[in-house]
Design a protein around this ligand. Sequence first.
Ligand SMILES: [Zn+2]
Length: 506
Amino acid sequence: MASSDELDQHFLVPDFPSAYQRKRYQRLLLCFSVLNFGFTLAAFSAFAYHIFRDGKNPSLSFPCFSSAKDTLIQESLVSPSRSNKEDTGMWPATSSRSEQTLTLSPVGTKLKTLKKPVVLLISSDGFRFGYHWKVPLPNIERLLVNGSECIPGLLPVYPTLTFPNHYSIATGLYPAWHGIIANKFTDPITNETFKMGVVDPKWWLGEPIWETVVKNGLVAATYFWPGSDVSKGAWNCTLPFCHLYNSSTPYEDRIDTVLGYFDLPDDEMPSFISLYFEEPDHTGHIVGPDDPHMDAAVTFVDQMLGRLLDGLDERGIFEDVNIILVSDHGMVGTCDTKVIYLEDFRPWINISAEWADTLTPMLALRPPAELSVEEVYQNMTEALSSGMVENSEFLKVYLKEELPSRLLYSSSERVEPIIGIVAEGYKIELSRSPNKECAGAHGYDNTALSMRAIFVAHGPLFAQGCKLESFANIEVYNIITRILKITGAANNGSSGFADSVLLPEA
Ligand SMILES: [Zn+2]
């Protein structure tokens, strides 16, 4: 069997370099360090020059970069302010990206029509980073060309499943902190089971953004979001500002209701609104991310987004609303040749389906109390090293306490004692069956590029044409509280991160 280090390399890093390669890397590193020092010196000189010339911080630390030109955009920080209306029309998806000129405002724009800042947080479930390069999506393009985009995508939390990630975006907390550690799990103390659709507040820890908004004396509205239909603390899920989840509600109804909130008097208009679409996750699971049918799914989402943007345009408030379009995770293709079958473990350990809170692609096992967790784990690792388990090199099993710390997953008592992580694109099944299929899945290691989500934001405080480096989705909470100028709850986000994403107030 491969050692754990070898498996780590297999899963996470390229082949370990040879001595010759290491020397080459060391030389390259030295060159890079020298260059880096040079750039740092130049940047510091420029910074000092601006400070002494202008007597103020010229925002040189603003972390936008141009993906097209791969250069910092310090010059454009002093260019004329945001684009006028002519810049915000329909944009072809692929043609102008490499020609795009970056023009950032040094500060945000003042509200023209709205009397207060408003955040519209939209989730397109399973919108993998890069889908917007597959097919022309003029409405998403309109947002990202005139706003800020995360490249290559927003980092999901582990496990890359829908409920943990949506609730991380809403709370700024990792799943071990907010308690929704998977879409389904069992509380080891009470033996009760959580699954999607459960709205008992005892499961939902932390403070979601809609509750924070209300606690700060503002109005919040949610048109679906995992956790938003949980009445908890200061948040009561009642009409017209909260809707119990119903997947059959047409997207048009959701959008028109949200647009209607903007017709309310100023003091009744929500400062925060969430909106949720199930696509393209639904289609992605059926056909896989690379299937041509995905084009229609993402085009449909874009058309619905167009309905929303048109409605904001008609009200003259498109430029005033801070729109944050995110997804919870990506999607990767799976096929029946890439399967690990638990029946292969039987000579060592008979793993019952009842032990698995989640079967695939995260294998979360809680063996019955009469069995020793340590013994089950040992039997599984022996099976994996025996050469008798098909595709065993693509599954790595951990005792919960020994999970890689970078996953930030172990500290909740709700997390099962044995966690198996499969390689990207593989899946786990109980036994072989004649059914063969190729489809799509998510839930893998959150460092996998295929699991990357999207972050596209447009509004008064988002710089035009800004390409942000990837960041963790737990930072979104603080971005929203900063826009709304409210006090957020304690969370896992980085202090000051929102200031590095948002423009200073006009
Ligand atoms: Zn999802």
